[in-house]
Design a protein around this ligand. Structure first.
Ligand SMILES: [Zn+2]
Length: 103
């Protein structure tokens, strides 16, 4: 048995190429898919109400899309509400957007 370099399929020794993707034995490079990376965006504010923070987070999560959103967490840091949206992105995607500091 040998393992296809390209698709990772195990192939019987009597075959000299992968039955699945027909890559010759010992050749081929793994499929290069963009690596998934976890990212987050948080919404916080002393003056903002939970309603505002949650609706901001909900709007952002809607933009990201249901397939990418992993979850939303919230916490209270000394009366400062923080709502965080966790989502999947790829390494090729733009860097994690961060909140601009409030003036
Ligand atoms: Zn293969």
């Amino acid at each position: 048995m040998w393992t296809c370099n390209r698709c990772g399929e195990t192939v019987e020794d009597q075959f000299d190429r992968c039955w699945k993707c027909s890559t010759p034995k010992g050749q081929g490079v793994p499929d290069t898919k963009p690596k998934r990376r976890m990212a987050y965006k948080y919404f916080r504010g002393t003056l903002a109400s939970w309603d505002e923070l949650f609706s901001d987070a909900a709007a952002f999560a809607t933009d990201v899309g249901p397939e990418q959103v992993l979850g939303v967490s919230h916490s209270c840091d000394e009366c400062d509400g923080v709502v965080t949206v966790w989502y999947w992105t790829t390494e090729n995607a733009a860097k994690t957007p961060r909140d601009q500091p409030e003036p």
